[in-house]
Design a protein. Structure first.
Length: 285
């Protein structure tokens, strides 16, 4: 099973493409998300072909902090994933529909272990300044984030907010122009384990670029992170996490290539009868 973050891991906005090569050498890009009648996210055409193959070779599970509505704008190449993880693990989609039992269990745990969302929102209202905050947002009634002017964001406010939230069972993460406040039990890794259990996965692979992806990468059997993002900025790694040199959209392509290689190696190492090869199954007579 492959559980991968999307934004700045597999798909990229125009601002995050990091096309550092001469224009004539830039890769051909495929738009895979449109928002308000404008293309918003891209991957290389080669990455799209690789992802199409991966979807036929493994259980591919998009794993994102996006809300369900934001995720459903994306049109990934290849077969439609049976499972997707949205809202940082708050929703598991099965054939596009949220699993109600999973979501209700998550909501109960957050109520038991964390300060309420209303307290986080009140802190935002009381301490932020319109000179550097563009929007306040709540996602799926599970977590909150700010859209900020990154160059004007006061570092002392971010640290103070992080310490305050930590004491209340929340995690703070800065990703691009967004400051996320997410309850600690709301994790991609918990949802990944649940999907792996349901599909009987014997190997879990993951990729991600942000601090909110760290638990996902730690929980997987093998994982990759690109040469950009929060994890790269803090030099975060682990023994089973491969650090890629590639940055931007080129990293997305390389991550899918690494997924496919790992899946092929795993299939090759498993006895044919475990792979369900009819030629190797015992004679029913």
């Amino acid at each position: 099973m492959v559980a991968s973050d999307l934004d700045r891991t597999l798909i990229y906005s125009s601002a995050a493409l990091a096309l550092g090569m001469p224009d004539a050498q830039a890769p051909r890009l495929l738009s895979i998300e449109v928002h308000e009648s404008k293309p918003l996210s891209y991957m290389t055409e080669d990455a799209a072909v690789l992802l199409e193959h991966l979807g036929a070779e493994a259980v591919f599970v998009p794993t994102t902090t996006r809300t369900r509505k934001q995720y459903q704008r994306i049109q990934l190449p290849g077969p439609a994933p049976k499972y997707a993880i949205c809202a940082n693990g708050g929703h598991i989609l099965v054939d596009g529909v949220s699993d109600r039992d999973w979501h209700e269990a998550v909501v109960r745990r957050l109520a038991e272990e964390c300060a309420p969302l209303a307290e986080i929102r009140a802190y935002f209202t009381a301490t932020t300044d319109l000179s550097w905050v563009r929007k306040h947002r709540v996602a799926e009634d599970l977590f909150a984030y700010l859209v900020v002017e990154r160059e004007r964001l006061p570092e002392e406010w971010l640290k103070r907010f992080g310490d305050w939230a930590e004491d209340r069972g929340w995690t703070v993460s800065l990703q691009g122009r967004k400051v996320y406040a997410v309850p600690k039990p709301l994790t991609k890794s918990a949802a990944m384990h649940e999907v792996a259990r349901r599909c009987g996965a014997t190997l879990t692979l993951a990729a991600g670029d942000s601090l909110l992806d760290a638990d996902l990468l730690l929980a997987a059997d093998r994982a990759w992170r690109p040469g950009h993002g929060e994890l790269a900025d803090t030099a975060w790694t682990a023994p089973h996490v491969d650090v890629l040199a590639e940055r931007g959209v080129a990293a997305g392509e390389e991550i899918i290539r690494r997924f496919r290689t790992a899946v092929a190696d795993h299939h090759a190492s498993v006895p044919a009868q475990l792979n369900g090869s009819p030629a190797e199954l015992p004679d029913p007579a």
